[in-house]
Design a protein around this ligand. Structure first.
Ligand code: BTN
Length: 250
């Protein structure tokens, strides 16, 4: 079903995720809210997302359906961003870093923040898939980010069209969404796992509980979990951040 997505464009908001959650009752399933600028962009693990005006993609997709799980929904978002980036900049080697960051080499280019909308009694009402992609973020702006970050501009020396990226990510998201709701979530999981580079690698993980664990990645599970062999035991993590400082990327 082409053009199934309703696109709402904002010049400025604090956070497109927060906007969608606030306006949840009036927005239809498959809404995309984008903003040229965010004044309080949200990242994972309580971080902020650097969101200056008119250089990047800041967007949130709203899904109001129980036909796909929140895990599948977040994979649809990550793969849609990855597919759109590959079409826009085919020479760059993009990869997914658990849980859902998009990297080029050692640096992060895009991030996904999924937030659930629940009713007063905690029932699931929908999911917001927030995606931030550094497109034309210049080196001096990237230096303001407290961990290795990159953009299409920094990687290629060329500027890219943000509206063109919006067109691409809409189309890719739609395709993957309809694939997921027609019973192909397993295929989406298999692809998501394949795009994750680090299985078998020795890594350090900063857990969301503040622990630092070092071990070998055994697998990624269907519930989005990371399975880590820390020597004397296996640990299952649902959120956190893998540090790849000393990891050799093939
Ligand atoms: C991460 O920490 O990797 C997730 C970053 C997600 C940023 C995007 S930008 C659009 C949407 N609105 C937000 O406030 N955050 C997400």
């Amino acid at each position: 079903m082409p053009n199934a997505i309703t696109h709402l464009k904002l010049e400025e908001t604090d956070s497109t995720n927060r906007y969608v959650l606030e306006h949840f009752p009036s927005l239809p399933n498959l809404t995309l809210v984008t903003a040229d600028k965010q004044t309080a962009g949200r990242g994972r693990l309580g971080r902020t997302w650097h969101s200056p005006a008119e250089v990047n993609f800041y967007g949130s997709f709203l899904l109001k359906t129980t036909l796909l799980t929140p895990h599948t929904a977040s994979r649809v978002g990550a793969l849609a961003a990855l597919d759109a980036l590959r079409e826009l900049a085919p020479k760059l080697d993009f990869w997914l870093k658990w849980p859902n960051d998009i990297h080029v080499g050692q640096a992060k280019l895009a991030g996904i923040l999924c937030e659930n909308k629940t009713c007063a009694k905690n029932c699931f009402e929908g999911i917001v898939i927030g995606i931030g992609v550094n497109i034309n973020l210049a080196k001096k702006e990237l230096e303001k980010i407290d961990r290795p970050a990159t953009s299409l501009l920094a990687e290629t020396g060329k500027r890219f069209s943000v509206p063109e990226f919006v067109k691409l990510i809409r189309a890719k998201f739609e395709l993957l969404y309809f694939q997921a709701i027609s019973g192909e979530s397993d295929k989406i999981f298999d692809r998501w796992k394949q795009e994750n580079k680090l299985i078998g690698g020795e890594v350090t993980v900063h857990t969301s509980m503040g622990e630092i664990l070092t071990g070998k990645i055994i697998d990624f599970g269907r519930e989005g979990e990371l399975k880590l062999d820390v020597g004397n035991r296996n640990v299952i993590l649902n959120d956190g951040e893998i540090s790849i400082k000393n990891f050799h990327l093939a």
